[in-house]
Ligand binder design. Structure first.
Ligand code: PMV
Length: 351
């Protein structure tokens, strides 16, 4: 008889943090030293699409294809995710022996991003979130997105936030086993639907210090880091949740920019120092300052992850005043421009 192939497909959004995760208190479980908060970007603009399938006709080991290229699943992180998902499936199979024994079958994962992977955008977050969700769907797991975020977190910390749309917190938690270190919905997109993100690709090059390596050196060597984790971020989390609840863009923007600056300050305070921003990044900061000055109020907020690309948050009604100057500076170029030169893209917020 023909051996069946079981299959499920899903997508997960890219998220861009306005309060940054930087520092692990447990590198094995990916437990953070501080909480973080992000906005999930609309999937039409930036997302990973993943199909997971399994079959007894497949040969071992499990495989992953990303944008048509084979990628390794060997690392401890993907392995932790796969074994957690298999354990949940095998619990279901034990309870209901009529279910097909999918937990023991080899998996084939096929993923693609609708944005340039090399652009240095948070592709690992969307990637791990889509991987976890696709397999959870394939296995028909009953767990909700918050519970699945515990598994995604073990793949890439920030991935736990990509299991939810809208405005999402990742609470650092206090349990040693990480059971309370998971994503929480702060507000759905519908709460504040006019939020937009302008993405300025300052370089297509791969970052030179990975986030895992960078975080570890910062934790070990930065003197500013302790204050950031213990004082700066807890206050910023509170202010950010209030700004979102009240749809107060000026406060949202101030906290976002200060937190990006604080994160990059701890990178500079690391030995040896880590430089994620470049001249184009700094020009983008000046451009945001200037357009806020021109507007007489804060209508745009910059933030930078572990790389030189800027994400600029603004409200839809201020689109022309925010996007116009960048478009003019880039010679009216729009959209993803391939592999060289600066480029801009736009994103709405994910549901
Ligand atoms: O999830 P990781 O290990 O790729 O780290 C992400 C770190 C930042 O993007 C810089 C901040 C964040 O909260 O997303």
């Amino acid at each position: 008889a023909e051996k069946p192939i079981y299959r499920a497909s899903t997508t997960a959004p890219v998220n861009i943090a306005v309060i940054k995760y930087w520092g692990k208190r447990d590198p094995k479980l990916n437990l953070p030293t501080n909480s973080s908060l992000s906005v999930s970007l609309d999937q039409a603009d930036l997302r990973t699409h993943t199909t997971a399938s399994c079959s007894s006709s497949y040969s071992s080991p499990d495989t992953l294809t990303l944008n048509s290229k084979p990628e390794s699943l060997e690392g401890a992180r993907p392995q932790a995710c796969l074994s957690s998902l298999r354990a949940l499936r095998s619990e279901l199979e034990e309870k209901d022996p009529s279910l097909p024994k999918l937990s023991t079958l080899p998996l084939r994962i096929v993923s693609s991003n609708n944005f340039p992977t090399a652009a240095g955008l948070a592709s690992s977050a969307a990637g791990f979130a889509a991987l976890i969700r696709a397999i959870a769907d394939l296995y028909e797991l009953p767990q909700d997105p918050t519970t699945l975020s515990l598994i995604a977190r073990q793949g890439s910390g920030s991935a736990c936030r990509s299991l939810l749309g809208g405005y999402v917190a990742w609470d650092h938690g206090t349990e040693a086993d990480g059971s309370d270190s998971k994503a929480r919905l702060v507000a759905p997109k519908s709460h504040w639907p006019s939020m937009r993100a302008l993405i300025l690709v300052a370089s297509h090059e791969k970052k030179d210090v990975s986030s895992t390596a960078g975080m570890q050196t910062t934790v070990q060597t930065s003197q500013l880091f302790k204050t950031r984790a213990e004082v700066v971020v807890p206050a910023a989390m509170e202010a950010m949740e209030k700004a979102i609840a009240e749809k107060d863009f000026e406060s949202f923007a101030k906290v976002t920019m200060r937190d990006s600056d604080s994160f990059h300050a701890t990178c500079l305070d690391t030995t040896p120092p880590i430089f994620y921003m470049n001249d184009t990044s700094r020009a983008a900061i000046r451009a945001v300052e200037n357009l806020n000055k021109r507007a007489g109020k804060i209508i745009a907020a910059y933030t930078f992850d572990a790389g030189p690309n800027a994400v600029i948050y603004y409200l839809h009604e201020n689109r022309e005043a925010v996007v116009g100057p960048f478009k003019r500076a880039l010679g009216e170029k729009e959209g993803w421009l391939g592999q060289q030169g600066a480029a801009i893209g736009y994103a709405e917020i994910a549901q």
